[in-house]
Design a protein around this ligand. Sequence first.
Ligand SMILES: *[C@@H]1O[C@H](CO)[C@@H](O)[C@H](O)[C@H]1NC(C)=O
Length: 233
Amino acid sequence: MEYGNQKQYSALSEQGGNLQPPPQRRNLPPARFKDHRSRRGSCCGCLCWCCCFLLLFLIILGAIACYFIFVYKPQVPSYSVDKLAISTFEFSASDLTLSVKLVATVTADNPNTMIGITYGSGSRVVVMYQNTPLCSGKLPSFYQGHQNKTVMQITMEGRHGYDSRLQQALQENQQSGSVPTDIYVSVPVSLKLGGIDLKQVTVNILCSLVVDSLQPNKQASIRSTKYKVNVEF
Ligand SMILES: *[C@@H]1O[C@H](CO)[C@@H](O)[C@H](O)[C@H]1NC(C)=O
């Protein structure tokens, strides 16, 4: 077979790059024809095996997923920001900075009966207003067991520069009684299935919160919340 090909190539090169096969090679002998067909046949067989393996792989994957769902019954944990108590909210006209200190009360609910959640260290929570960070803090690092509801107090502090536009926008928002704020949470999380710890992933939560006001020594009342979650593997 290979020898035949070589012969064909040399025949071609002898013709000085003319790609027309010599007339006597146009009618291929039956033996060579058969050869071609058997090669295509083995290729089909290979493809078939690949398909079979792929199918088997998918079936196994599906079975594992089914097993996981039936045995562990995974449910998505839920989080809610319940309170936002502001202790400091001061514009300093002398150095154009805004000092903020607040405590957010967050409830984390793990409804799973067989899956525990470990919240790792290295988390970060930032409160933003009009794309300007107001204050930041971190979540406690802890293990949350099965069917556990934990209420956390997250203290956040910050001192950031501001411009007059921010102060004006805030004034307008407070007057209308709806101040849109964003809380960004980034936390490393790993799941524990039975006794097995799974790979740690980073969960990012964007909580868009509309509060009535941001004033010192006052608890902001939360008018609406919207959550967006993504997971980084
Ligand atoms: C929930 O988990 C936290 C943190 O591990 C723990 O302190 C608390 O006692 C648990 N609550 C219940 C009801 O088991």
